[in-house]
Design a binder for this molecule. Structure first.
Ligand code: HPA
Length: 269
């Protein structure tokens, strides 16, 4: 199935990007920055899962940022929508087959670390998989990657150094932290947030982990940035809502666009 999707994309564009970006909840604006772009709704790509989540536009945009060829997944599907880990990672697999060597992932996340603020950006250094699923479960396709992929540099140290330098040059505050990936869709309880803080998580979200695992399996280098859309449950005396998440995403969109525009050309592929 991934090969059919790959062949379809090859028929739609002659561009062969080595770099791809996944845009999370409410963070879709960056795709408009690409020139010579082809926009392909996910529904037109064979077997590509289509998101039901609010704030996920659902299209693959392939184009150029100056001379740099880039593929952008605007919108993703999540485990909580009922998709299998294979479906959740389908896009990353196809992009890997197309020749993508570097993956930049953005997501919306709740802030667990009390030094974080709503609307801030966090460079992920690592993750803790609490989703109860792994996209590599089942027979391994040795043509794609090894049975037991190493995850000790899952969030490329070299790319993180580059990201920190670019953020500093642009005066964009960039925290660093560990992402706890949960299945959702209910937000966490305050006790779960205290637990996540104890085990070393700084932010929490419901995506990213499967994509990062599959990208590492295929030997891609990964960089991931969380947008803190809310402080996690139990930190502030208020309820968590989807609206709060979407609104904060809109708040940081311009900063994120500025950051990505400078960052992507600086990443070696
Ligand atoms: N928890 C889990 N996922 C999230 C959150 C949160 O607080 N905010 C945005 N995505």
């Amino acid at each position: 199935m991934i090969h059919e999707a790959k062949a379809y994309l090859e028929s739609r564009t002659s561009l062969r990007p080595r770099l791809a970006v996944v845009l999370g909840s409410g963070l879709g604006g960056f795709a408009d920055e690409l020139s010579e772009r082809v926009e392909i709704p996910y529904s037109e790509i064979p077997h590509w899962p289509v998101s039901t989540a609010i704030g996920h536009a659902g299209r693959l945009v392939i184009g150029k940022l100056d001379k740099l060829e880039v593929a952008i997944m605007s919108g993703r599907v999540h485990l909580y929508e009922g998709y299998t880990p294979a479906q959740v990672t389908f896009g990353v697999r196809v992009l890997g087959l197309l020749g993508v060597r570097a993956l930049v992932i953005t997501n919306a996340a709740g802030g667990i670390n009390l030094t974080l603020e709503r609307g801030g950006l966090v460079l992920l250094t690592d993750h803790i998989n609490l989703q109860g699923a792994n996209p590599l479960t089942g027979p391994n396709d040795d043509a794609l990657g090894p049975r037991f992929p190493d995850m000790s540099d899952a969030y490329s140290k070299a790319y993180r150094e580059t990201a920190k330098r670019v953020a500093q040059d642009l005066y964009i505050p960039l925290a660093e932290g560990v992402y706890a990936g949960l299945a959702g869709p209910s937000f966490e309880t305050p006790a779960e947030i205290r637990y996540l803080r104890t085990i070393g998580a700084d932010v929490v979200g419901m995506s990213t982990v499967p994509e990062v695992i599959v990208a590492n399996h295929m030997g891609m280098r990964v960089l991931a940035i969380s947008c803190v859309t809310n402080m996690a449950a139990g930190i502030l005396p208020q309820k968590l809502t989807q609206e709060e998440v979407i609104e904060a995403g809109a708040m940081v969109r311009d900063t994120l666009v500025r950051f990505l525009k400078a960052l992507l050309p600086a990443l070696e592929t």
